[in-house]
Design a protein around this ligand. Structure first.
Ligand SMILES: [Zn+2]
Ligand SMILES: [Zn+2]
Length: 451
């Protein structure tokens, strides 16, 4: 069935980490040419939009940027996130059925607290859209399916304690690739158990095993979760020619997967085979979204019989799927108090490495393990950013469905942190009324971002 598919193309030609860095502006040049040359923009189903610019407030709904949004975010980041917002609005209005934001910079390694760029990401484009959809349209249940070869650790971090956002990531096993996380036992915090699903796959997975994972695990979980909106973090670095990944997926495999997932919105993430993969994978995905024939899209080097999967890889994939199916079936037997040992808070220490500028952040994250709501999150974070030096902050996030007690406790924690001289900045993100407050110790100033 043909669909109206929106496309925003934003290659950020003026932004790159470094001229020889794999995440550079040429990534989308060949894709643009391919889409033009194939006449895709002339198809009546494809509607191209200009991106908009995400506001600091739209970003602050998803992130605590230290010290502030403008210190971490360039116009290119705001446009990439704004492109995804633009498409989500057109989808919600019914003007288009689905959309593909072919944008950079990517976003899925950007976590809730942002001290800098990680894994080529500063702002999580998908999280900005999730918060926009919840705030603007009251959408309750949203799923993000991350199909990049790297674990979407940033998206996982932002929604680890949110039962309303299902995050499913399949990726190359973290023991063999950046960022080294995304194992089957990372299942979400006590109030959001099993709303995070990680499917680590061994190197060498081909289209058939990938589609096995989609059919036997991802689609059944999505069906049970019943999301009102599905976002695909579309990373194309599982391609068999990608220089960073070790997977064997083809453009056809990506398109078939897209056809099965039926995302409302796909947002480009990674993919570093600039000439041999990205133009073909992105084109095939776009055609699949629009319900057009994509069978003719074949990348160079993909000869019949060339890509073969080792039987050990196949068996391993089946075992991972079995294990996660069993967990999913038993998820409702697990209680909040079991998961946090009966204590008031669930907490975890995190060391987060910023690989672009080489520094580390240390975090203590505490979540109120409430039985009547998703709870609130307190994050004590410090890092020595190259530009501003050592900075310790307290960041408090109130879920939009928090109960009255939790809202009062979280605000109390904010007032207490303002009195605590260890914190240079104190932030409060209250999603119940769309408030974002920053308190700066230096001059005792406090301000709200404008909605
Ligand atoms: Zn990637
Ligand atoms: Zn509560």
């Amino acid at each position: 069935m043909k669909k109206r598919t929106g496309l925003v193309f934003f290659p950020a030609f003026d932004w790159s980490i470094a001229p020889i860095h794999p995440e550079r502006e040429e990534r989308l040049l060949y894709t643009r040419d391919q889409i033009f040359e194939e006449g895709v923009l002339d198809l009546p189903e494809i509607i191209e939009y200009r991106p908009q610019v995400a506001t600091p407030h739209e970003i602050a709904r998803a992130h605590f940027c230290v010290p502030g949004v403008d210190d971490q975010v360039l116009v290119a980041h705001r446009i990439a996130a704004g492109a995804a917002i633009r498409l989500s609005d057109r989808i919600m209005s019914g003007e288009i059925n689905n959309g593909f934001a072919i944008v950079r910079p990517p976003g899925h390694h950007a976590m809730r607290v942002v001290h800098g760029n990680r894994g080529f990401c500063s702002i999580n484009n998908e999280a900005v859209v999730v918060e926009h959809l919840r705030r603007t349209y009251g959408i309750k249940r949203i799923a993000i399916v991350d199909t990049d070869v790297h674990h979407g650790d940033g998206t996982q971090d932002i929604y680890y304690h949110d039962p309303d956002v299902l995050f499913i990531s399949f990726h190359q096993d973290g023991r063999t690739i950046f960022p080294g996380t995304g194992f089957t036992d990372e299942l979400g915090g006590p109030t959001a158990y099993a709303a995070t699903i990680n499917i680590p796959l061994p190197p060498g997975v081909t289209d058939s095993s990938l589609l096995y994972v989609i059919d036997n695990l991802v689609l059944p979980i999505l069906k049970d979760f019943e999301p009102e909106f599905v976002i695909n973090s579309a990373g194309q670095d599982n391609h068999f020619t990608d220089p960073l990944g070790s997977m064997l997926i083809t453009a056809q495999g990506y398109a078939r997967m897209t056809e099965k997932l039926k995302p409302d919105l796909a947002v480009l993430e990674g993919g570093y085979a600039i000439e041999s993969a990205l133009p073909y994978v992105n084109l095939a995905i776009l055609l699949a979204l629009a319900g057009r024939d994509y069978s003719y899209v074949t990348e160079p080097g993909n000869h019949p019989g060339k890509i073969v999967e080792n039987s050990q890889v196949t068996n391993y994939v089946h075992q991972v799927v079995d294990q996660l199916q069993q967990m999913w079936d038993k998820r409702k037997d697990v209680t909040v108090s079991q998961l946090c040992g009966g204590s008031k808070y669930y907490q975890r220490h995190k060391n987060i490495f910023y690989d672009t500028e080489y520094f580390e952040e240390k975090q203590l994250e505490k979540v109120r393990a409430c039985v009547s709501c998703p709870g609130y999150v307190l994050i004590d974070s410090h890092a020595a950013q190259p530009k501003i030096g050592r900075c310790r902050v307290m960041a408090i996030s109130i879920h939009n469905r928090c109960c009255k007690n939790c809202i009062a406790e979280a605000w109390e924690a904010y007032y207490e942190a303002k009195k605590d001289y260890r914190y240079s900045y104190v932030y409060l993100q209250d999603k119940t009324d769309d408030t974002f407050i920053t308190f700066r110790r230096d001059d005792q100033k406090e301000w709200r971002t404008e909605g």
